[in-house]
Design a protein around this ligand. Structure first.
Ligand code: SF4
Length: 380
């Protein structure tokens, strides 16, 4: 693909007084590298590295538009407002990767975004795949499973399924880097929770193009400021986000900022059931401490396999059964459970823990309560 020498400065950037030095590289892949684009869905892996080896035949580029974490909604807003940018980003990515097919994986209920893409997509090699509304449909191997029908082992890379998966915002930033010569200086994000000036229905706000480096406190100010006491400030989504502070900066992987509901007093002794796709053990211990509970046992979902000092799920979102793990925690002396399981596994926990007189807390509870979102428990 030919890269022109023309430099286009976006009207919105001019209006906001954003200044940057236009990128100088001459090829799309070099522009992506020079722009500093990384996986903006939270992974942070350098994007150019995913495209280092073009496909010889076939090949698929998949846009992960699952926006799987509850509350987060900035990717969907960008797609609804700029579907042409997403499609262009995907076409550029397909060209760089020499991929025959492009897919946009998106949850079925985002009908407005799906319609916006469908209306303007005239590329017969780009298709939409709809996803079920459960967590974690946005996990990379889950996306490949749903789109291509191949379940990769935990140690495999997407390339083994002839796939490259990129987040929706990442695709849009590729378009900006290649066609506008714009470096990655902004981040889209969702700000939610205990905010001033929001009525009960509107505690979730989305912002496009927040400058990287902006202080968390200033971003909350953009959303009306914090309202009264809160439990914790979370950077990221309710499942996988981490605790942050008002002084922290927005970074490339910041997707959400949530001021959660205050913690209440938990049980004296609590057992942790840890998921590979939700809050990890360290984060769960932090939450247990905030509940004022002593951790008496830690169990991992049996599909949470250890890979290079982290955990990966063998088959994300498809529950293998949790009864044995729940019983182990009961035997360890737990009076209640704190779980970080996916939707399907939380459902399974709820089918046995109450019968053992174990109340269940979920790592997402206080974030979800702060926006009146239904809690992750039993699927009705
Ligand atoms: S099956 Fe287990 S490890 Fe996998 S997503 Fe569900 S709870 Fe997490």
């Amino acid at each position: 693909m030919e890269v022109t020498d023309e430099t286009i400065v976006l009207e919105a950037d001019k209006e906001q007084g954003k200044e940057y030095v236009p990128l100088k590289s001459k090829t799309p892949i070099e522009l992506i590298k020079e722009a500093g684009i990384v996986g903006l869905g939270g992974a942070g892996f350098p994007t150019y590295a995913k495209f280092s080896k073009p496909f010889e035949t076939g090949g698929n580029v998949i846009i992960n538009a699952a926006e799987c974490e509850p509350i987060l909604s900035h990717n969907i807003r960008r797609i609804e407002e700029k579907p042409e940018q997403l499609l262009r980003g995907l076409e550029i990515a397909m060209e760089i990767a020499n991929a025959k097919s492009g897919y946009i994986a998106i949850k079925e209920y985002h009908s407005k975004a799906i319609e916006a893409i469908t209306k303007i997509n005239d590329n017969p090699n780009i298709k939409i795949t709809t996803l079920e509304d459960i967590y974690p449909m946005g996990e990379e191997r889950a996306v490949i499973r749903e789109v291509l029908g191949k379940l990769l082992p935990v140690t495999a890379l997407p390339l083994e399924a002839e796939a490259i998966v990129i987040n929706a915002e990442t695709a849009c930033r590729i378009q900006e880097a290649v066609e506008l010569k714009k470096p990655l200086i902004d981040k889209d994000m969702t700000v939610a929770g205990k905010l001033n000036g929001c009525d009960e229905e509107a505690k979730i706000l989305t912002f496009l193009d927040v400058p990287l480096g902006k202080r968390v406190e200033d971003v909350f100010q953009m959303a009306g400021g914090l309202s009264g006491d809160y439990g914790e400030l979370i950077m990221g989504g309710p499942f996988t986000g981490k605790r942050t502070s008002l002084e922290s900066p927005v970074i490339k992987t910041t997707g959400g900022l949530i001021a959660s509901e205050c913690f209440f007093k938990g049980p004296e002794k609590i057992g942790l059931l840890v998921c590979a796709c939700g809050a990890d053990k360290t984060r769960m211990e932090q939450l247990a401490q905030s509940l004022g509970s002593e951790v008496v046992g830690v169990e991992y979902c049996k599909q949470a396999i250890e890979v290079k000092e982290a955990r990966k799920c063998e088959n994300p979102g498809r529950c293998p059964g949790q009864v044995a793990k729940v019983m182990n925690l009961k035997k360890a002396g737990a009076q209640a459970l704190l779980i970080s399981n996916c939707t399907d596994c939380s459902n399974t926990v709820m089918s046995c823990a109450p019968q053992l007189k174990l109340p269940v807390y979920h790592c997402t509870d206080q974030a979800l309560r702060s926006v009146n979102h239904k809690l992750i428990r039993k699927i009705k």
